[in-house]
Design a binder for this molecule. Structure first.
Ligand code: G3I
Length: 348
């Protein structure tokens, strides 16, 4: 076998992977056991999967990942308690089945806010009580900043925001804190945390919330990055800026796309990708892991958003922007789980 990633970075940070339950067997199981000491669910712990109908919690898929992690002594990141996407519609319907966001009457609006926050508390309490002894890091809220929002604070104008303002964020953190293990870490997770204006919007929000006593422990930097973007300097500045606020940093959804934005033109199949692309990508992996290692007192874990190039959400994106045909290759393991040049760069 090849050297273990987790052992290589043992002194610095955890090495994690996002998985679907089907990936917990066969070769992928072996890879997970050998290279990673942390795990996160790619989809099955999102609100739509855990509480598809009000009061009907379904933990079957989530439990599989928790069990696997416990058997193999891995850390667990919980992704995610609150998000604007993959959240079932019932959350935002009032008792009569009307969309809460359409209410105009002030009294009705107050009722809606109260009901939504009550549902939020119940969702969080039920999950956190179940997994409190297992989860080390909670993605409490995901993607609450939107650089294109029409308000000047960059707050995402999701139903959560329209109905509760920023109270949903506060309530979410406070509820997790109340029921979680005292050593558990609570994160606000987002993408583009390295670049303006998102970085400053996020910083200002977090700073505000901390001043109000909201129990935030760290920033989850999704890090869906490209070979040439963002710059190393931007990444470093962002980590330092949040560390200076007294916060931990985690790299939570790392992948290095071969493409720019938009991802056009894309290679049609994996075989169309020239080897030189993997070498270019390897240099990028080299540089970012060098950076992470240098900042390792400010970064507690680095999680890839998948295991190998045969399973990545980036394929959906490549397809979407290229008339249904496109392939990406963002990881350090290839389609057949063999190591890529990027793997050797981050081992050496
Ligand atoms: O489970 C259904 C299946 O029953 C159905 O047949 C199929 C048809 O499209 O869809 C399946 O659901 C898909 C789900 O992934 C599971 O595969 C959804 O359509 C698809 O939208 C969903 O995509 C996920 C996406 O979040 C949702 O927005 C990706 O796998 C997942 O990688 C991605 O992860 C997000 C993070 O949570 C947050 N940060 C960004 C990151 C990438 O978008």
């Amino acid at each position: 076998g090849v050297p273990s990633l987790e052992e290589r970075y043992e002194e610095s940070f955890e090495i994690g992977a996002a998985v679907e339950p089907y990936q917990l067997e066969g070769i992928q199981e072996e890879i997970l056991k050998h290279h990673y000491n942390s795990i996160v669910a790619e989809n099955v712990m999102k609100p739509i999967n855990i509480q598809p109908e009000e009061g009907k919690f379904d933990f079957e898929q989530a439990d599989k990942i928790i069990q696997f992690a416990k058997e193999h002594d891995m850390e667990i990141r919980f992704h995610t308690l609150v998000w604007h996407s993959q959240v079932p519609k019932w959350f935002f319907l009032d008792k009569k089945g009307e969309p809460m966001v359409e209410a105009t009457d002030p009294k009705q609006k107050r009722k809606n806010k109260k009901l939504l926050l009550k549902r939020l508390r119940k969702h969080i309490k039920t999950i956190v009580k179940r997994y409190k002894d297992d989860v080390d890091s909670w993605d409490v809220v995901n993607e609450v900043i939107d650089e294109n929002a029409s308000n000047d604070r960059g707050l995402r104008e999701s139903p959560w925001y329209q109905i509760t303002g920023t109270d949903y964020i506060k309530v979410a953190f406070e509820t997790v804190k109340k029921f979680a293990d005292e050593d558990a870490m609570l994160y606000i997770n987002d993408y583009n945390t390295e670049v303006e204006p998102k970085k400053t919007f996020l910083y200002n929000l977090v700073n505000d919330l901390l001043e109000q006593g909201v129990p935030i422990d760290g920033i989850g930097h999704q890090s869906h990055i490209q070979i040439g973007w963002p710059s190393l300097k931007e990444m470093e500045d962002s980590i330092n800026m949040f560390a200076d606020l007294g916060l931990d940093n985690q790299i939570t959804e790392l992948d290095v796309s071969l493409y720019g934005w938009p991802p056009t033109p894309a290679y049609k199949t994996y075989k169309d990708i020239p080897y030189s692309e993997f070498e270019r990508q390897a240099e990028r992996y080299n540089d970012i892991f060098e950076l992470y290692e240098r900042l390792d007192d400010k970064i507690s874990s680095v999680t890839f958003w998948g295991i190998a190039d045969n399973h990545t959400w980036l394929d959906d994106r490549a397809e979407q922007y290229n008339d249904g045909v496109g392939k990406d290759a963002p990881f350090v393991f290839d389609m057949d789980y063999n190591v890529k040049p990027a793997y050797w760069k981050i081992i050496d």
